[in-house]
Design a binder for this molecule. Sequence first.
Ligand code: SF4
Ligand code: SF4
Length: 382
Amino acid sequence: MRETEATTEARRAMEVCNACRYCEGFCAVFPAMTMRREFSTGDLSYIANLCHNCKGCYYACQYAPPHPFNINVPQVLAQVRADTYEEYAWPGPLAGLFRRNGTVVSLVSAAGIALVLLLTMALVDHRVLYQPQTGPGAFYRVIPWWLMTALAGGTFLFSILALAMGFRNFWRDTGGRADELTRGRPLAVALHDILTLKNLGGGGGGCNDRDEAFSQARRRFHHAMFYGFLLCFASTSTATVYDHFLGMEAPYAFLSLPVQLGFWGGIGMVVGTAGLIWTKIVSDPAPAARNLLGADYALLVLLLLAASTGLLLLALRDTGAMGVLLAVHLGIILALFLVIPYSKMVHGVYRSAALLRHALERHPTPPPPGTAPSDRALGSAA
Ligand code: SF4
Ligand code: SF4
């Protein structure tokens, strides 16, 4: 990774923290920091993505502003994270999209909705768009199956590929090897930390969501959004199996598995994203990286729109509003898949990779059997 203003400032902060070590028990960042005496840009990339932005170390720090040392760890690590998103983006020429993220998300969303509406109007009798459609195959009478599959499937596969390439770039730059990715115990530890958001626990009582008071609100809203997203994904996957392997065409009954997964997933996403937006609005701006807030809000609003238009479509699917709502919902999903690799969503990939690297550091590969103790010491020093 290249040296930037943020990495230089983060290195200075880490050197002060390494001498102080007051926050050692707060999160994974400080134990990872104490394992190093010098910080390469790859180390700073790893440490920045290990930070969950709980802000606990800012309120605990005796060197935070107005102290002349001006230590603001959450803010500087957020800046480094933003640099890493751009650095590891794939394909490289699209990395610049991170710089105007709010604008990009708005434009892609508008273009996605317009594209699906225009294609729908061009391909089907426009009266179908405004007339109630019911029974098996009702959605495909509005948007042909092949168009829905091509738009959603194509953008989804592109998104997965771009995220996988970003992961590879991060892993290599932070010193990772391919064979480390298959070690069972560190993988299990990292998975536990990812699924429980352990590092949002701060010093034990939760995050400093709004100010120096501890709270679990951000962690709970993030859980609601994350598991809601997974349920929506499970809903789409189940519906695909129903359609392609069981010959059952959507729309399905309200109590069917795909609709129940989508309904509760949608509720979780609405509650989670609305809660996270509220948390950002009321929080103390001092430890935040203000120049990144626009991108954060843009993504949360896009996720909120994806979930709320899905729920609205479910509520009004037997009425004449279904056609337009389906086109708008599909347009937003299309935009979401396209911007995922160039939005804050990538933090999920890099933070997970950083947690795996941290688990590997805590559970190093045992030396080969028969290695003499002195050789082991030399091996670990090397
Ligand atoms: S954030 Fe402040 S108190 Fe915490 S380890 Fe760093 S310098 Fe020390
Ligand atoms: S903000 Fe929280 S997660 Fe980040 S370094 Fe400070 S204590 Fe750790």
